[in-house]
Design a protein around this ligand. Structure first.
Ligand SMILES: Nc1ncnc2c1ncn2[C@@H]1O[C@H](COP(=O)(O)OP(=O)(O)O)[C@@H](O)[C@H]1O
Ligand SMILES: [Mg+2]
Length: 297
């Protein structure tokens, strides 16, 4: 038995599969725990691509663990501290998911994607050009593409079902969905996590342009950070050297794949096209480089 380098889809027979997300397979592990397996699936434009990126799931798992540990004093997170052996005693099953599994507390996910933006890019840039604001938050005029914002912005969105796209919502709508107290706590925590992480990353040559956090609550209603933490999948990472407002920066995330897909005549509906081997290899290398720079590993 050897640990597989690439995993497109897990199949553990000793646990009950609860859900497959675009990237993660989620198993029940007792009454209050879950096993999250991060596969090598890659989604672009909200469609799962047919080819896995070798080792990507392990990079995402290590990067998430790194941030959960580093930022644990700001907000509790979903890591349970339960070792993998305790929920997956069969060694062969363990090998299948080695390095890409997390035993987490089962929490109630809040129906909001907590997006924080530090730079003007993507839909934020489009919004600004049209309205002079991002998600209704007014900004000074004359800002350029990819420019650093005077202050990081909390720009929440809905959590769309598989196959549809997230939609931006105002803070009042967040209050309507989860109540004022949780909404304010979420905003404060998300901005605090982003600011600390962005400052740390910048020292290591990475700009975290924006990111998406997910939160859940336990039975007592306490806010917890769940899902993944500041990975190249949930964030835009740019190399700090060569950064200059006015041009769209190259990035460490799947922008690379998106750019390639834009050169094809694909309508962005499933099924997605295969990627050429060099795009797969270069994307895998981008993920590893982001990890190396952030964690020094
Ligand atoms: N601790 C947790 N408790 C409950 N649900 C969680 C927890 N951590 C993550 N999740 C949910 O598990 C799913 C992760 O799988 P993923 O592949 O990222 O899904 P998606 O396609 O929705 O992005 C998400 O729906 C996320 O909200
Ligand atoms: Mg996700």
């Amino acid at each position: 038995m050897t640990v597989p380098e690439t995993l497109f889809e897990s199949s553990l027979s000793s646990l009950r599969l609860k859900a497959r997300g675009k990237v993660r397979d989620i198993y029940e592990a007792g009454d209050d725990l879950m096993l999250i397996v991060t596969t090598d699936r890659l989604s672009a434009f909200d469609v799962i691509l047919p080819d896995p990126i070798p080792g990507k799931g392990r990079v995402l798992t290590r990067v998430s663990r790194f941030w959960f540990e580093r930022l644990k004093d700001r907000v509790p997170n979903h890591l349970s501290g339960t070792p993998l052996e305790a929920v997956l005693p069969d060694p062969a099953e363990r090998e299948q998911v080695e390095g890409r599994a997390m035993v987490v507390k089962r929490l109630r996910p809040l129906p909001v994607e907590a997006v924080v933006r530090g730079y003007l890019i993507g839909s934020g840039w489009k919004d600004y050009q049209r309205s002079g604001a991002v998600c209704g938050i007014g900004l000074p005029s004359g800002l350029r593409l990819a420019e650093r914002l005077p202050d990081a912005l909390f720009t929440p969105s809905t959590k769309a079902e598989m196959g549809s796209h997230d939609e931006n919502i105002g803070f009042d709508q967040v209050v309507g969905l989860i109540g004022r107290e949780l909404a304010e706590r979420m905003r404060e925590v998300a901005l605090g996590l982003y600011r600390e992480a962005a400052a740390y990353a910048l020292d290591r040559g990475i700009i975290i342009a924006d990111t998406k956090f997910e939160f859940g609550v336990d039975e007592a209603g306490v806010l917890h950070w769940i899902d993944e933490a500041l990975t190249p999948d949930s964030s835009r990472f740019w190399p700090a050297d060569g950064y200059r407002p006015g041009i769209s920066p190259p990035s460490f995330d799947k922008q690379f794949v998106r750019d390639y897909l834009e050169t094809l005549e694909w309508d962005k509906k499933p099924p997605a096209p295969h990627l050429p081997p060099d795009i797969l290899a270069r994307t895998a290398e981008k993920y590893r480089e982001a990890e190396r720079r952030l964690t020094g590993e």
